[in-house]
Design a binder for this molecule. Structure first.
Ligand code: HEC
Ligand code: HEC
Length: 201
């Protein structure tokens, strides 16, 4: 009798113990981003902790949707979008890791820049938004969707630069955008950048 009780007790402890081990393993297995954690640290240097960039020339990635981010990374890799900083960075990263990184940033919470546009900038920016029918694609609150980037709260310096890049055919991964920005002056592009960066619902 005594030995049976002891055996039961041992089995009980063994099962509890192995149960803990299994759940610990599951916890580790649940980190889908384990293979890119180290590489993500490099991204954080410019794009901020978890992609919430606080530096105006580095776009906020946190909370931008997965598919848009993935397309950009693939485009930097293929040369369709060209940038002296980003192109060499992604050149050495496999597509499956780029995908994981895009997923990672897509899962973070969007934290917009703290930019306040002046009343003049707002009214000049609104005119551009109406003329270019931006809300038809970027949606009323400029939050975008899986294929279309969110613009509200993005850094104005970055927005300004990338729209000028579209205009001057430096960024060629969306031809309708090249045509659209070709119709605006640099001042108008600057005004709409400020309007969008400071945009609050
Ligand atoms: C040395 C600074 C630096 C580092 C490191 C860096 N980036 Fe960038 N990233 C930039 C700059 C600058 C741009 C804007 C490029 C442009 O103007 O076209 C950018 C743009 C991007 C964009 C496009 C965003 C958009 O809204 O279109 C993505 C996506 C991106 N980076 C992802 C990454 C990932 C992932 C990593 C890490 C593997 C990374 N970046 C590392 C500076 C950096
Ligand atoms: C027909 C749909 C459409 C319209 C209209 C449109 N956009 Fe876009 N926009 C897009 C798509 C799609 C992209 C992403 C292109 C890519 O994959 O690089 C984009 C990209 C952008 C980007 C780059 C954002 C980033 O993070 O790099 C900016 C800025 C932008 N649009 C601003 C505007 C503004 C301002 C207007 C109005 C004047 C406008 N767009 C009108 C579809 C549209």
């Amino acid at each position: 009798m005594k030995t049976r009780k002891l055996k039961c007790l041992i089995l009980l402890f063994a099962s509890i113990y192995s149960g803990n081990v299994i759940s610990e393993e599951n916890r580790i297995a649940e980190d889908n981003f384990a293979s890119v954690r180290d590489k993500l640290q490099t991204c954080f240097v410019c794009h901020g902790e978890n992609g919430a960039s606080t530096q105006p020339t580095y776009p906020i990635l946190a909370g931008q949707e997965f598919y848009y981010l993935y397309v950009q990374l693939k485009d930097f890799k293929s040369g369709l979008r060209n940038n002296a900083i980003m192109s060499p960075i992604v050149a050495n990263i496999e597509k499956q890791d780029l995908r994981l990184m895009a997923e990672y940033f897509g899962e973070q919470e969007w934290q917009g820049a703290e930019f306040t546009a002046s009343p003049e900038q707002i009214s000049a920016g609104k005119k551009v938004v109406d003329a270019g029918q931006c809300v038809a694609c970027h949606l009323g609150a400029f939050n975008g969707n899986s294929r279309i980037p969110g613009l509200a709260g993005q850094h104005f310096e970055y927005l300004n630069k990338t729209m000028l890049d579209f205009k001057n055919k430096q960024r060629n991964n969306a031809q309708p955008m090249n045509a659209l920005f070709g119709t605006f002056s640099d001042d108008e592009i600057r005004a709409v950048s400020q309007y969008l960066s400071g945009f609050k619902e």
